[in-house]
Design a protein around this ligand. Sequence first.
Ligand code: SF4
Ligand SMILES: [Zn+2]
Length: 340
Amino acid sequence: MTPESVGRSVARDRHPEPAPSGEARRYVGQWVEDEAIGPDRVRAFVLILRTRGCYWADVKGCTMCGYSKDTLGRSATPEELAEQLSRALARYHDEPYVKVYTSGSFLDDREVDPASRAAIVSAFSGKARRFLFETLPEFAQPEGIGPLKDAFAGELEVALGLESTDPTVLGRFINKGSSPAEYLAAADRLSALGVRTKAYLLLKPPYLTESEAVADVVRSVREAAQHFDAISVNPVHIQNGTVVEWLYHRGRYRPPWLWSLVDALREGAAVRGGSRLVSFPTAGGLPRGPHNCGECDARVLAAVQEASLAQEFGPLDALDCGCRAEWRTTLAYAPLGVEA
Ligand code: SF4
Ligand SMILES: [Zn+2]
């Protein structure tokens, strides 16, 4: 079985039916989390809007991404987006860092029309210091960014899901539609427009061994650091309806060990140049998320969070547990039965 044939068998049924209007008036999720802006510890207001979702998920989709379950199957109207925003603003308490996601690209007009985009950004202007959103690189263009810079008095930060700077890992194992070079060029374009940039890197895409996954992140940190202000390492967690889940159910994929994340951060910190390096894993310590033995997971996750906020990675060296020896024996495991 090849990565392509696994992808075809999983892709068939992951697109939602067009949603009724009631659902379109409710955002997907909202929470507040710890973050940092430079040396300042701050609270971050996170909002996931419900939109038509990522167009690439309709075309082919990425092997680890199950976000299409949170989408509408059609574009949200400006009125529906305005109601989602107004419900979210009722919960906003002037947190300095605001992150707005769409399960796709905030700058894709099919997901968020330009007027709604400007209205969303300006709703936080004068209150938040930094506003982050995510987009695919093809939408990171001056005509999309310019109005948002005008609408927001603070700092705009654009996140790009670069995942890996290795063309084979990105194109064949993750199945992204753009090359690493296109992501790096988009980051340079955004920097030239005076926008802060953040790269998401994926720890342990399918078809890599544990040690190959660490090496892939470290190499990607070194290359991305020349183009991005910040780099976030996101360990894979198993989302429903994905190729990764298909492999997981057949015993051909284990989410990354937290020890691999620790190694990726320690080695990545040495090659990150002036970029911030952070990791705030999703589903950490759970069977479908990055995990160790169960005994040490909470301790390791707390240390990773503190290292990310403080930008001090030395304390990670002091972490240890009996399961570290077991992790070492699994480093070279190849995924069974898959021709990579
Ligand atoms: S990972 Fe990003 S580009 Fe890939 S399908 Fe999901 S939302 Fe789209
Ligand atoms: Zn342990």
